[in-house]
Design a protein around this ligand. Sequence first.
Ligand code: SF4
Length: 469
Amino acid sequence: MCGFVGILGNEPAAPRLLMSLQAIQHRGQDAAGIGTVHEGRIHVRKGLGMIHAAVSSMKGLTGTAGIAHVRYPTAGKSSSAEDAQPFITRRPGILLAHNGNVTNVPEVKAQLREQGIVVLSECDAEPILLVLEQELTAIRQAGHTSEDLKQALAGVFARVRGAYSVVAVLELDGESTLIAFRDPHGIRPGVYGRLADGWIASSESVALDVLMVDKAGDIPAGACLVLRAGQDAQILEVSQPEPRPCVFERIYFARPDSIMEDGRINRTRWCMGRQLAREWAAKGLSADVVVAVPDSSRPAAMAMAEELELRHREGFIKNRYSGRTFIMPDQNTRELALRLKLNPIREIFEGQRVLLVDDSIVRGSTMGRIVKMVRKLGPKELHIAVFSPPVRNPCFYGIDMPSQDELIAARLSEDELAAHFGADSLTFLSRAGLAEVSGPKICAACFDGEYCVPVSADERAAIESNRRG
Ligand code: SF4
């Protein structure tokens, strides 16, 4: 998972890029970068860590068009400076960043190598950039038209498979153009809006909100959005769209105040919670109090409480300053690290029949520690409700998930998981219930194994080995 912002206007781009990028810092803390274009010259500052560490100064980031990026590695080594985005080419001048996973990277790299082009990083954005550069220069050296751009993108879509949402500034024929495109399934998110003096595109609408810009639309799947200052947005339809947006964005990754595709994430999580409440009640279970595991579970927990006519209480205080949980050497230190992050309030749990609501269970290690922590506070009963179906398959489309053998719900049933964690019951939202809320046209491959972009055994192996770094 990563996040991007692209801006093109008449005012300096860098300060606005920095503001907007901070709104999507949750999409990646591993590296960050900002690139701008001024009089045909591209300037980039990028580095490791959170935004203020990676881009400590904006000196030299001149120009009214640019791109900013936060990185969370799903391909490429973690903490590797050469994998930080944006990436650039000089002739033609292209500044590009992306969010997603290219599933056929080895094939794309082999094609490029045959033509004498070496990909230097392990980041998927670089092959996308080099293919775009090739496709653009194959058409002509100058005088590019919209039809040329469409043709170049058709070449990119034909050669690059997977899930990618891309933003780029093109320096063609002495003019800056902001473009944004998503793969034909539109798996990874992307939105755009109109500035007073130009355009902005980003992974999430909250990056527009900080500049007080309304979302104009989603970056269309299988198309290229062309944005120029002083002109209306142009949509070049390149490939037949078959939208399958990632439902995990709605469950966990996106900010609750973001608007994606069909609605605000907060509302979607609320509807998932309401649906889960019906399924939970149908099992004949009951509780006294509903407690969310903060933060993404809060709207679903509130909806469950409302639907079940139960009290909703904040049972955990989250430490906003605890930073990242690094790999801890032993069980005891891992438990302390969780306690540092999440401190439970004894009286909310003691003697109560508690319904604990979480967004998902992946490896199960965090849930195991939370249950252990809560059990020490003496609840009468402890029930777990998860507002997503069991994660049984890895993601090859840009979300950092472990391989299948590490996914606990791929091995254990609901009852077995409850026993494993030490809870009285565990209930997942059903796959049908998820469809009830989010409709049928979603990517839910990590739940149901239906991958809309086929991934061969070799490609799976390459992605998993790259993920391990
Ligand atoms: S497999 Fe899951 S996490 Fe990956 S894109 Fe699809 S829904 Fe999202």
